[in-house]
Design a protein around this ligand. Structure first.
Ligand SMILES: Cc1cc2nc3c(=O)[nH]c(=O)nc-3n(C[C@H](O)[C@H](O)[C@H](O)COP(=O)(O)O)c2cc1C
Length: 233
């Protein structure tokens, strides 16, 4: 069942992007990919060395109100959990996962992105697409959920990392919980370094109300990290 907000978001994104049907085959369930938005392809050659980016990284909270191109948001999402193609092992992800159990799901609270309506989306890494969850401006609400950290309202978008612990504890028992936390660290640092490499600010935000964030995202997964991204002032 779609809420009115979902339908509105579908209509807006269709207008902005000319719509985008399922790519690379059909949906898992009929409703899964409705209004799916194909993201600009990631690029694999940056302008700076990894070392230069590491040497100047810091947590950036001072966001400008400059609109972020969709390609830059797409690039940070790819860095978070996108598909990588290893020469010998084949398809994998941009970050390691214990036993290749891949417990993480990535959401976006978008506010000031060129070519993307304000709203909440889920990233589908295997298709490099965004699936609309809710239409509307939710950055202020997210800042409130994150204990009033108001820089969140000024970030162009916030990437939210959530986990389905069961995928990893199913194989490793309770030890799987710590593996999930480790993966959050890998993915968060990927986002930071990619953001820095494309002249964006980002910061890890671990302080927020779990249940309120889960309700906002309309998700069954456990939110573990918010990473606001945007141009620095
Ligand atoms: C797990 C974790 C949670 C964090 N949570 C927050 C947070 O809720 N709010 C915030 O402003 N910074 C948060 N930070 C960022 C740290 O404050 C920051 O990394 C630290 O002050 C060191 O500064 P630097 O990253 O610029 O070197 C968090 C960092 C980590 C690793």
């Amino acid at each position: 069942m779609f809420s009115l907000a979902k339908l509105a978001l579908l209509a807006i994104t269709s207008l902005l992007l000319g719509g985008c049907g399922p790519v690379n085959g059909g949906p898992e369930r009929a409703s899964d990919y409705s209004g799916e938005i194909r993201l600009p392809s990631p690029w694999y050659l940056g302008q700076e060395s990894l070392e230069a980016v590491l040497a100047r990284r810091f947590s950036g909270r001072n966001f400008s109100d400059r609109t972020l191109p969709l390609a830059k948001l797409a690039q940070t999402l790819w860095a978070a959990q996108g598909m990588a193609v290893h020469a010998t092992t084949g398809a994998t992800r941009t970050a390691p996962s214990a036993g290749a159990t891949y417990p993480l799901e990535v959401y976006v609270v978008a506010g000031n992105i060129d070519g993307l309506a304000a709203g909440i989306y889920r990233y589908r890494q295997e298709r490099h697409t965004l699936v609309p969850v809710l239409a509307g401006e939710y950055r202020d609400k997210l800042a409130d959920i994150a204990l009033g950290q108001d820089f969140i309202s000024r970030a162009a978008a916030c990437i939210i990392l959530t986990a389905d612990y069961g995928r990893t504890t199913g194989r490793y028992g309770t030890r799987g919980n710590r593996y999930v936390y480790m993966e959050i660290g890998h993915v968060t640092q990927n986002i930071h370094l990619q953001a820095e490499a494309i002249q964006l600010a980002s910061v890890a935000v671990g302080a927020f109300h779990d249940e309120r964030l889960k309700a906002l995202l309309e998700t069954e997964y456990e939110p573990l990290m918010i990473v606001p991204v945007g141009y620095p002032k």
